[in-house]
Write a protein that binds this ligand. Structure first.
Ligand SMILES: CCCCCCC[C@H](O)CC(=O)SCCNC(=O)CCNC(=O)[C@H](O)C(C)(C)COP(=O)([O-])OP(=O)([O-])OC[C@H]1O[C@@H](n2cnc3c(N)ncnc32)[C@H](O)[C@@H]1OP(=O)([O-])[O-]
Ligand SMILES: NC(=O)c1ccc[n+]([C@@H]2O[C@H](COP(=O)([O-])OP(=O)(O)OC[C@H]3O[C@@H](n4cnc5c(N)ncnc54)[C@H](O)[C@@H]3O)[C@@H](O)[C@H]2O)c1
Length: 289
């Protein structure tokens, strides 16, 4: 995270931002991704404020961060459990929660949004925070597929808006795509040398695969045959079927004739039944708590 904070700082060309030290990070959205981003930012010494709509959601997020840290520590401090406990305590002390986004950004250096994959809601959030956050604050979106420039246009600081596309689960995935727009000028560039296309990069285009066969066979096939750590159905449950639906609906809007983005009756049925994947304990597969 420190590396990316440096990269963002180095790349934003406006003088107001250039000498910004990224210390205070506000994450809006304490779901799968927001909680993971908060964990990584707090683990690298940043002071983090995690925002969501209710205290219950935030309590669940903090519990998730703690259990994830325990998994990290089991490996990182295997021969020194006491230091592991200290590490967890220190990281958790770096994270505070707030249900009031306005109060949570008053001293932010970097705001990362990881809320629902809906452009209007993201634009409204960016527009609102733009009035509340300090002049120097950088805004970043963790969106999987929506154009950063459309979010930046909802603010008075398009030169300090970018994408920070983390991958799930954040504490385990080394890739973060730093997405620039024409307004971010300067040297801000995507660290991931890849084609920029709907959904940012070719990484996503490979997630969208046309499959024929049982979900189990396809997942096993992609794991054993393509060396994937998870098959496409397992991964879709892991990402969240609602998020997958937001993304593919967005891509279909842009390219209605692309057969890759044809609507999936099964996906639409599962989402309409609230079967969102791992986060709701049922999607393509069933999960235990
Ligand atoms: C159609 C639209 C498509 C676009 C979708 C867009 C989505 C989005 O924009 C892009 C993405 O993210 S795409 C998604 C990109 N992401 C992918 O493709 C992910 C692919 N999957 C993987 O890389 C692996 O399955 C995992 C790393 C998730 C799990 O590893 P595994 O080996 O299969 O099994 P394991 O036994 O579970 O874990 C082993 C050990 O790892 C550690 N650990 C694990 N989770 C942890 C956590 N949360 N915290 C801390 N630690 C965690 C832990 O030490 C654990 O040991 P333990 O003794 O159990 O504590
Ligand atoms: N799930 C993934 O694998 C993955 C990976 C990379 C990027 N993303 C992107 O990250 C974002 C979040 O995805 P997720 O899987 O964490 O979703 P999620 O549903 O797990 O979490 C979203 C959280 O945002 C909160 N929220 C929604 N609107 C809000 C608002 N106005 N103010 C404050 N909180 C609000 C919700 O209460 C929820 O807790 C999406 O844009 C998604 O495309 C997802």
């Amino acid at each position: 995270m420190a590396f990316f904070a440096h990269q963002i700082q180095r790349s934003f060309s406006s003088s107001v931002v250039r000498n910004v030290v990224i210390k205070n990070v506000t994450i809006i959205g304490g779901g799968q991704m927001g909680a993971g981003i908060a964990q990584v930012a707090a683990s690298t010494g940043h002071s983090v404020t995690l925002v969501d709509m209710t205290d219950d959601i935030l309590k669940k997020a903090m519990k998730g961060i703690q259990s994830s840290l325990r998994r990290v520590v089991k490996k990182k401090f295997s021969d020194d459990p006491e230091s592991g406990d200290d590490f967890i305590q220190k990281v958790m002390q770096n994270v505070s929660t707030n249900t009031n986004p306005a109060a949570a950004v008053t001293s932010s250096d970097l705001v990362v949004e990881a809320i629902v994959e809906n452009m209007k809601i993201k634009q409204d959030l960016f527009g609102f925070l733009d009035k509340m956050a300090p002049e120097h604050t950088i805004f970043a979106s963790n969106t999987s597929s929506l154009p950063i420039s459309d979010m930046a246009s909802a603010t008075s600081r398009p030169d300090r808006c970018g994408g920070l596309h983390f991958f799930n689960p954040v504490p385990m995935m080394k890739l973060v795509e730093v997405v620039a727009t024409s307004s971010t000028r300067g040297r801000f560039r995507s660290l991931n040398p890849c084609l920029v296309c709907p959904g940012h990069t070719w990484v996503h285009q490979r997630c969208v695969s046309v499959c024929h066969g049982s979900k189990e066979d396809i997942d096993i096939g992609m794991k054993l045959g393509a060396g994937y750590p998870m098959g496409p159905f397992e991964l879709s449950d892991y990402v969240g079927l609602d998020t997958i639906k937001f993304i593919t609906d967005g891509w279909r809007e842009k390219e209605p004739d692309n057969p890759l983005f044809a609507p999936s009756d099964l996906l639409n049925k599962l989402v309409s039944e609230g079967k969102l994947g791992k986060k709701s304990l049922q999607g393509f597969y069933k999960y235990s708590k």
